[in-house]
Every structure is written in structure tokens, then in C-alpha cells.
Write a protein that binds this ligand. Sequence first.
Ligand SMILES: Cc1cc2nc3c(=O)[nH]c(=O)nc-3n(C[C@H](O)[C@H](O)[C@H](O)COP(=O)(O)OP(=O)(O)OC[C@H]3O[C@@H](n4cnc5c(N)ncnc54)[C@H](O)[C@@H]3O)c2cc1C
Length: 408
Amino acid sequence: MADAGPVIIVGASMGGLRTAEALRRASYAGPVTVIGEEPHAPYNRPPLSKDVLSTGVSHEAVAFPARAATADVEWMLGAPVVSADLGARTVTTNDGREHPWRALVIATGLRSRRLDFPAITGRHCVRTLDDAMALRDELVPGARVVVVGAGFIGCEVAATARKLGCEVAIVAPGAEPLIRSLGAQLGAELRRRHEAHGVTFHLGRTVSAMLGEFEFGGLQLDNGEIVLGDVLVEAIGSECNREWLDATDLDLSDGVLADSALRAVSTDGTAHHDVFVVGDVARFPNLLFDEVPRRVEHWNIPTDTGKRAGAVLGAWLARDGSFGEVVARGFTPMPAFWSNQFEVSVQAYGLPALNDGDIRTLQGDLSGAVAIGYYRADHLVGVVGLGLKAELLPYRQEIAAHAAGGLT
Ligand SMILES: Cc1cc2nc3c(=O)[nH]c(=O)nc-3n(C[C@H](O)[C@H](O)[C@H](O)COP(=O)(O)OP(=O)(O)OC[C@H]3O[C@@H](n4cnc5c(N)ncnc54)[C@H](O)[C@@H]3O)c2cc1C
């Protein structure tokens, strides 16, 4: 029955919350149920590796404010969904209960990838509030912290741990930190700034063994070097939470494929009109750049995809003739990212990683505030600023100017 049951949102995440809010804005007044694996109502993750990790981690410190529009949403927390049946329109939680839905929103995001070693105490990652609380307890002055991975989360945790008085070493396979996201030039500058604060780097290295039978004692690297430590932070990337969809016909080749209306797409290319995907787990085309579907793990994407999915689903449920017009509006969100590491603030727009090797200094210089532009086929596709904010807005506009039809 198409109209039976609530809209079910799986994932009590930022993307899930923003979708629920957008559904109400689209005048959908029917039932909405959010089913989430974590015991917490939706909260903001970026502070978990930054200020909150150093000042005091609690749900109150990071929770999103509840809005009146979603006061009647039903929350089922601490209830992981284990499977979905798109034909029968149900999801099943780990207690065996089946939940019927009239529309389904997939908002299950990511989890941290882990090193393939036995579980011992002292191993950490930072994805959830509970992760951050467990790590915070161990970041005491003098603790030797080894961070594996030199992406944003690894570098941020390293900076926070150093500020808390820990000895910090970063181990990573790349030639510079953040090299995949920002290129070698900015990566080298960020390394220099970390080193000035006493962080040590083991770059171009992988981990060959973990020391310690019951408690983490350090790492052996692929060149035989030993890095002793008390606390291990694994910041080696993420994996998509999509196994609960394995029995469906959805294209799960990298996250969950969606069309530009955020409708989930099957392996045969058909879009489901009643199944939507939002947030980090969504792989969708963005005509700001081209028609290639990509996942984008930036904070603004759960909000932008949630708004878009809520508007399209709201129009479909309204059956008032607005659906075609809402879908035709198009969807070209501008990826935006920021990071804080020591005194350095990083702000980025667009998709710098799309550059074809053409990277230009747009203003300033590396020793102070600087804006770096990333180009593809001579068009600006991304900009990253160190110590700059408003100064980046003209570059943001330049990237957005290509929205009509992409760059091809
Ligand atoms: C430590 C950290 C720092 C970050 N810093 C920045 C930053 O500075 N700037 C920036 O732009 N972005 C940052 N990000 C990225 C940003 O926080 C994410 O893009 C955003 O949280 C993604 O939201 P989401 O809605 O896709 O889902 P998520 O936040 O991944 O939440 C998904 C939720 O779904 C739940 N779930 C998973 N599987 C199931 C299931 N089967 N059943 C029920 N529930 C399930 C999960 O438990 C989780 O609660 C950071 C992320 C982290 C972890």
C-alpha cells in the first residue's frame, strides 16, 4: 500500500534530521520515524576532533537544536536497521521487528575504517560521540599518541592531542599530510606548521605490526622502525554503512547511487521514486562539475541533500502536481569544508581533488595567509585558503559560475 506507514529515515544523522525538517517545510504533515543505531539524537561531528575534544565532550555540547517543525517526529534510537525490503516496503531492526514505510530515506553515513589487527585496549578512532569520549579520557599530558593517517581527522586529532600536552607522532603512506585533498604544496605547509608545534611525522610509511598483547604499545613500520606509544588513533578513512541494503537491487558500488533528485538508483539504472539517499553515503551527480556521481564527505552535503530529498519527496507525497517542477529545479550544491589545526584555519570550496595538476597561488603566500586555486581544463574547480575566509568568496562565485551545464 503506497500510503501506508510513515516516512522512515534510517540514520539519526544530520542528513536524516535535515530531511525531516525539509519534509515539514514541503507541507508533508504525515508521520515520520527516524531509526538510528546510536543512542544519541543527531549531533554535530566536526567538533569531535577539534574544540570539544579538548574542552569537554558531551551530547549537550554538540547536539543540534530541536526545531518545532520536527517536534512530532518519532525517534527510535539505539536500534540498528539490519535489512530492507524495497518490494514489501519494510525495514527490519536488530530485534527482529519489521517497520512498514510509505517512503524510505537512507541517511546512514560512514564508519571509521580500522587497521587489520587484533582488538586491544588503547586503540581508538573518531567518528562518533562515544568514540570521542573514550579517546578524551586517554589524552592526558605526557601520553604518547600515535595517529595513523594524515587526512583532516588525523591532523585535527594530532593538533588537539598536542594542545592537551601529549607527545604526538603521525604515520601515513603519503609524501605529505593531506596530499590527496590539497596537493603537495599545502600539505607540506601544514606539516611545517604541525612540526613547529612538536608533532613528528613518519611519512611514506605503512604499518607492519602492532606492539602489545593486551594494551597498545606502539607500531612497527614497513621499514622496520618502531614508534612507541600509549594511545593509537586510527584515522585511515571511512566505509559506507550500507550492508543493511545488501538484499536490495540498489547500486551499492560506492555508497548508494542516487540521481540528481536524490532518488536511489538500482543496478539497472532505474530510480526508485520512494527511496531517497542523503549525506555522506549518497553518490550523486553535481552539475556544478559534471555528470559523474560522487560521494562528498563535507559537512554542508547532509544539509543540502536533506533539503533536496525532503523537497522532492514532499512534492511526490503531496500529489498536487508540483513534483515535476520541483525535480526540474536541478541540484548543484557547492561543497564547503573547514578545518582548524593549531592556529591555522583551513577553508575550502568546490572539489580541489578534481584538479588536473594545474594548481595556482591566487593570493598571499604560504608563510602567512594564502589562497590556492585548483583548476581542471583551465576552470577553477576548487579553492583552499589558509587563514582566509571572506577573501575566498569571489573564488567561490567563480566556481559556481560554471553551474549551468557543468564544465564539459
Ligand atoms: C571527527 C569528524 C570531524 C569532521 N570535521 C569536519 C569538518 O571540519 N568540516 C566538514 O565539512 N566536515 C567534517 N566532518 C564530516 C561531517 O561531519 C560529515 O560529513 C557528516 O557528519 C555526515 O553526516 P551524515 O548525515 O551523512 O551521516 P553521519 O554523520 O555519518 O551519521 C550516520 C548515522 O547513521 C547511523 N547508522 C549507520 N548505520 C545504521 C543502521 N544500519 N541503522 C540505523 N542507523 C545507522 C550511524 O550510527 C550514524 O549515527 C567531520 C566528521 C568527523 C567524524
